[in-house]
Design a protein around this ligand. Sequence first.
Ligand code: DP6
Length: 324
Amino acid sequence: MTQEATARAHPNIAFIKYWGNQDEQLRIPVNSSLSMNLEGLYTETMVNWDHRLTQDSLIINSVEQSGDALKRVQTHLSALRNHIDGIEGHAKVISYNNFPMGVGIASSASSFAALTLAAVSASGQQLSESTLSSLARLGSGSASRSIPTGFVEWHKGVSHETSYAESIATPDFWDLVDVIAVVSNTHKKVGSTEGHQSANTSDLQLARIANAEKRLQDCKEALLHKDFHSFATVVEEDSNLMHSIMMTSRPPLFYWQPTSIELMHLIPEWRHEGLDVCYTLDAGPNVHCICNRIHAEEVSRRVRNISGVLDVKSAGAGRGAYLL
Ligand code: DP6
């Protein structure tokens, strides 16, 4: 017997970042985080469980995968087999991404959210959103936040069951746009998983964690009150704090490029001129310019005029993972 399902999930951009784990294997983070799903960018994944297969296989954008990408998906499928009753055999996984992978737009978030939802549904199980979020987290921490809709909080929790994400507002709640300045198209050298493992080697990590919950509350309050100024202050501070950890870890990680820094100087100036825009950067050099939709076109125009910017992508708030 074969069982098949296809799911789609969006990546997300974190306003309050996840950096470092309490439990590396279960991906239970040291702090809670807050994000927005990104509409328009997506991963679509088909999972077919087949009792006749002797191993899992993976095709991404029509290319058969081997090595690390396949291994990571196989590990996740094994975790799902352990957590869910009734899965027989192995899976054929066919995935498609409509945006570049490994360049600072979190493709692992949409990938593992879509994979988890498709794999669970194909098994015939119906699980709660929080259970799906916890399961997606095992594949990639940020994937837990791509399961619920719109603006999402991931509660760090203390165990597999208590570490999950939930929606705090629907996508239409606040018309924010992520104008992504693509500064580099090359695959990053050190990925997030390795980065999380070295976060504790920074002398600054404890200080960052100490006030992370306070920043999350401030960010959530600013978001729920649509107070852009307060929102911008805490989002930029949280991104700068995470990058301070990266730069002071052993060995240090420097994700910023000169153009990233140029934008980090310009964006607060643009805000002082009256544009509702702030910056945040993930584990890569691309600059996510979070802005009010009424200013998105002007922000995009200004970003395009900067010589080091290779491409600009825009995404509003998106829904959670869903079945096709
Ligand atoms: C910098 O979720 O990609 O984007 O759990 O190892 O897959 P793994 O890491 P990942 O880490 C994301 C880190 C970040 C910040 C964030 O999205 O919160």
